[in-house]
Design a protein around this ligand. Structure first.
Ligand code: F6R
Length: 250
């Protein structure tokens, strides 16, 4: 089941998303959070840090597993997703860093890296709440549009559009990694709850196709229609196509 919340702008989307994560950590202090990188969750992470600093949140029992990591980048490379998570969240809260997991970008053997990550997800007991952003092409994690859904952690060749979209984080287009390790669709769908966040007009079509279109690996996020507990928090611009087709959300 999918519940959609409309936020008026990025700030409200971030606060509402952070609220849901706040509730999860408060209700189950030893929960497992599935986390995402990218520009969409930055505001929610900032809000969580603020609440932590005010003494309203305690992450000491929390475990986290991130969706993905570029293959070939080390955790101290400032473009890696491990670095992003440290800088935007982990460095500012009292989470035990040894309980924060990101695929090992430096493991050159893809099969080994992916098997290890699947094992980590199993060993932490599965994900309580998985936070997701969405690509303009409907990707989740780095599960790009494809002929079939990939169930577990795998190594992907990034599409040209994703490489272009990520280029803003790198000095030169040649520096953008061409491959990544990502959780698969089964890993994501096994999470007890999913929180999908989206902002901006450029997500409107992908969001509409994902939530109301055909369920197909060509729009990876469309699989979320089959999950029993999905919350979408999106701003008006990201919801514009849905509102146009289906009317105002209540
Ligand atoms: C990041 C991830 C990606 C992003 C997506 C949206 O860990 O898994 O699927 O969520 O590319 O990125 P932004 O938020 O930068 O628009």
């Amino acid at each position: 089941m999918i519940t959609i919340y409309k936020a008026k702008d990025y700030q409200e989307m971030s606060r509402r998303a952070a609220n849901i994560i706040f509730a999860q950590v408060t209700l189950k202090p030893d929960c497992v959070l599935g986390l995402a990188t990218g520009s969409t969750p930055v505001g929610a992470y900032r809000q969580l840090v603020e609440w932590y600093e005010k003494g309203e949140l305690d992450f000491s029992g929390v475990t986290s597993v991130n969706l993905d990591e570029y293959k070939g980048l080390s955790g101290d490379n400032d473009q890696s997703y491990r670095y992003f998570m440290n800088r935007n969240l982990f460095d500012h809260i009292n989470i035990d860093k040894s309980r924060t997991f990101v695929p090992d970008g430096l493991e050159g053997d893809s099969e080994k890296a992916c098997a290890e990550y699947n094992q980590i997800i199993r060993s932490v007991g599965g994900i309580d709440l998985q936070l997701l952003g969405i690509g303009g092409n409907g990707h989740i994690g780095f599960n790009e549009p494809a002929e079939a859904f990939e169930p577990e952690t795998h190594c992907v060749d990034l599409t040209e559009s994703t490489i272009q979209a990520n280029a803003r984080f790198f000095e030169r287009i040649e520096d953008v990694p061409k491959q990544a390790y990502t959780m698969g669709i089964k890993n994501i769908m096994s999470a007890k709850k999913i929180l999908l966040i989206a902002t901006g007009e450029n997500k409107a079509e992908a969001l509409y196709q994902s939530l109301y279109g055909k369920i197909t690996p060509k729009v990876p996020a469309s699989i979320l229609q089959l999950h029993k507990d999905v919350t979408v928090v999106a701003d008006e611009a990201a919801l514009s196509r849905i509102i146009k087709e289906r009317g105002e959300l209540v």
